[in-house]
Design a protein around this ligand. Sequence first.
Ligand SMILES: Cc1ncc(COP(=O)(O)O)c(C=O)c1O
Length: 471
Amino acid sequence: MGTDESSHSKRKKVTRKKKKNGFKKFWRLGMEDQNTSAFDISADGELTVREGNYQYNIFDIVKKYGTGTELFFPTIVENRVRDLIETFNAYIKVLGYKGKFYYHYPMKVNQNREFVLPAVAEGSNLDVGSANELFLVKRMLEQEKFHSKMRVICNGPKTERYMDLIEELRGKGLTVVPIIEDPVELERMQKFKGPVGIRVDLNVKVKSHWDKKFNRFGFTEQEILDLGKIRNLSVLHYHISSQIENVNGLVEPLKRALQLYAKVKEKNPGLDTLDIGGGAGVPYNKNKRFYSGKNLIQKLVKTAKTQCDSLGIRHPNLIVEWGRYVVAPAQITIYKVLAEKKVLNKGGNKWYVVDGSFMNDLTDTWALKQKWHVVPVNNMNYSKLDRVWLAGSSCDSDDKYTNGGSYVLLPRLTDVEELFVAFFDTGAYQDSLSSHHCLLSSPLKLMASNGEIKVVRKRETPEEVGRQFGW
Ligand SMILES: Cc1ncc(COP(=O)(O)O)c(C=O)c1O
C-alpha cells in the first residue's frame, strides 16, 4: 500500500513537472538563445525571475506596486557586458588576433544611471551622441564614478556647447575622441589637440530597418580617401544600422571597412582603431531563430584577422558600440488588462485594453512596428487561451499592439480573476523615446537587485505631468 502510494505521488509529481516545463517552453522561458534563461514559472503559474540564487515573483511585485511598471535587472547588464568583453578577448586569443578589444556602451540606448553604471563597473567605456549625454559623463567624472583612463567616443553633430565640453573634459584628463561627421567639423577639429575619429558611410546594404537612401551620417568612402592626411586620426568609425537581422549584416561591412582602413592608414600612420558601431540584435520575435552573440563575435574576429592578413596590414584595435544587445534584455514592462472588448463589425477581433500606452511607453511599437515577446504574468499554466489584440490607454487609434496584424495569445479573460501581461526586452531606446500622449503618466520604474526591489522612478502624479506642460 505504502509503495503504491509513493509511486502514485511520484507519478503525479512527474506529470506536474512535465506540465510546468511544457508551459515554460510554450511561453519560451528558460532559453539561453532567447535571452530568457533567468525566467521561469512558479507552481502557481506566476512569472518568476532569478538573479543568482535570489528569485523574484513578478506577480507579487506588481500586486504590491501596481502597473504600468518597468522592472529592470542591473545584473543582466553586468552579465552581458562581462560576457561580451570576455568572449571578444577569448576569440582574439584563440584566433591569434593582434589588436585589442574595447567595448563602448552607447548612452543613447538607455541613459538611466542604473543602466550606465553597471556597464561601466564591468569595464565598459562610453559612447555619447550629444552634449547632454557628455554632460552626464562630466557629472560621473566629478563624482569620481570612474577611472579617468576610461575613453569616451563622441558621436553626433558637434554644437558649440558639445565642442566646449569635449575640450573641457580633455583638459580634465579624460580621453575624449570626437568623431568627425562632416567637413565643418573637420575644419573645427584642426585645433583639437587629442586623437580624433572619422565616420564613414560604408557603401554596403544590410538587412535591417534603416533605409540607406536617407542616410546623412559621415563621409563617403571616396570623400575620406580624398581627404588624404587627417590631423590626429586614430579611429575609423562606422555604424551600419540597429537590430541587424543576420550575421552577414555585420561581417560584410567589417570586410569592406578594413579595405578602406588599409588605404586610409597609408596616409595616416597614427590610425590604429576600427570602431564598428552598434547593430547586434536581440531575438524580440521568439518564433524566429536568431544568431547568438558568441557566434557573431567569433565570425567578426575571424573575419578581421583573415581580411587584415590578406591586406597585409597590422590588426587594428576593435571597438564595438553594441547597445541594444546589452540592455534590451535587462528590462520588462508590465501592464494590467483592464477590460476585454469585442469589436463585432471589424472582423470580430477581441481587444484587451491595458493600463499603459504602447505609443508612450514602448514607442517603437508605433514607430518601427516592433514585435515583442509578450507573456502573461499570472495564470501562465492556464491552457484556455484567446487570440487577442492589445489596446493602449491613450485615445489614439495607433496606440495598439497586434503583433504585426497577427495576434497575441493570452489567457481567456472571462475565465480568470485578473490578468497582467509582461513585454520582454524593453531596456533599449524606449525610455528616452517615451512621451505623454493624452497626458498619461509614465510607468513606475523598479530595479531588482541583490534580492530587493527599489523604486527608481516614481509613478508620475497628475501635478507632475501637468507641470511639464506649464500647468
Ligand atoms: C553611432 C552609434 N553607435 C551605436 C549605436 C547603438 O546601436 P545598437 O543599439 O544597434 O547597438 C547607435 C544607434 O543608433 C549609433 O548611432
